[in-house]
Design a protein around this ligand. Structure first.
Ligand code: C2E
Ligand code: CA
Ligand code: CA
Ligand code: CA
Length: 279
């Protein structure tokens, strides 16, 4: 019994050590992510549900750590926030996506809106709004072509720099979007405080539409409330025809999801502009 106990202890510490080493290695590599040029973007199409037109693209960051090793944001964004390099990543994403958008649409292409995910840390950066304005101007984009997606989490903080950036971005005409609506723990008070243009209904609600009547009523209530406050609604994570039809019927403006188009590299997205709405 004594031996067994010792073995368990041995395996336990080994496991902790392995995880600690993994984390340290990840952290060390993460610090060079920009200088080693290992980031790239995928874009997911966003459609107008009513007209079935392609109206926007959401940029989603990817990390090519090695040729054969790609990492998804869930694997490194939280650590990047923790060790304070998320602003470098988000700034790279902003500059790169603003440069690639005209490349995707071409000179006479449709006027698409670019949606970017912003970490709360990014909004705490002094002069962030000025950086955004600069990137728009350099690339000839109109402010309302940019939609910054902010998760609910950021809004519980009352940081002066955050407030100042949000105010400036609004004045500039950049669109603000509440991401993952319904998954956070903040009150609805912030909806009065900042003029959000868009509310994104989290996939966890959309996913339950078919199975539960309560979920249907909940989504319908969120859509009605958001529209009542003057916001456009974007439903995320649409995977089935039933989900798509229901959301269209209740008047949801925009949608994205695997059914309509998966996140894809820039060249595939260019090809998408020639194609019709997926049936
Ligand atoms: P998000 O903003 O909620 O983005 C949507 C996520 O859902 C993406 O995962 C997308 O690939 C996935 N998705 C889209 N449609 C469907 C669907 O129909 N079914 C399912 N199962 N999934 C779908 P991804 O690319 O792994 O991104 C995860 C999260 O990482 C994003 O969630 C966002 O919060 C964060 N993120 C991505 N790019 C950036 C970035 O540049 N900066 C920051 N700060 N965060 C980012
Ligand atoms: Ca998002
Ligand atoms: Ca989301
Ligand atoms: Ca989500």
């Amino acid at each position: 019994a004594k031996d067994q106990g010792r073995n368990r202890y041995y395996f336990f510490t080994e496991d902790i050590n392995t995880r600690l080493l993994d984390r340290l290695e990840l952290e060390a590599n993460l610090r060079y992510i920009i200088v080693r040029n290992q980031l790239y973007l995928h874009y997911q199409p966003i459609f107008d549900l009513q007209t079935k037109q392609l109206v926007g693209l959401e940029a989603l960051v990817r990390w090519r750590q090695r040729e054969d090793h790609l990492r998804m944001p869930g694997e490194f964004i939280p650590l990047a926030e923790e060790i304070g390099i998320i602003c470098d990543i988000d700034s790279w994403v902003l500059a790169t996506a603003c440069r690639q958008l005209p490349e995707i649409t071409g000179a006479n292409g449709p006027r698409l809106r670019l949606a970017l995910n912003i970490s709360p840390k990014q909004l705490e950066m002094p002069k962030y709004a000025d950086f955004v304005q600069e990137q728009l101007e350099i690339n000839g984009l109109q402010p309302d072509q940019l939609e910054l997606e902010i998760t609910e989490r950021v809004l519980v903080t009352d940081i002066p720099a955050t407030e100042e950036n949000l105010k400036k971005l609004c004045a500039l005409g950049v669109h603000l979007s509440i991401d993952d609506f319904g998954t956070g723990y903040s009150s609805l008070g912030y909806l009065q405080k900042y003029p959000f243009n868009t509310l994104k209904v989290d996939r966890s609600f959309v996913r339950n539409i078919a199975a539960h009547d309560n979920a249907k009523r909940l989504v319908e209530t969120i859509v009605t409330m958001g529209q009542g406050l003057g916001m456009d609604i974007v439903a995320e994570g649409i995977e089935t025809e039933a989900e798509e039809t229901f959301l269209r019927e209740i008047g949801c403006e925009r949608a994205q999801g695997y059914r309509l188009g998966r996140p894809a590299p820039i060249n595939m997205i260019k090809g998408l502009l020639q194609k019709a709405y997926p049936e």
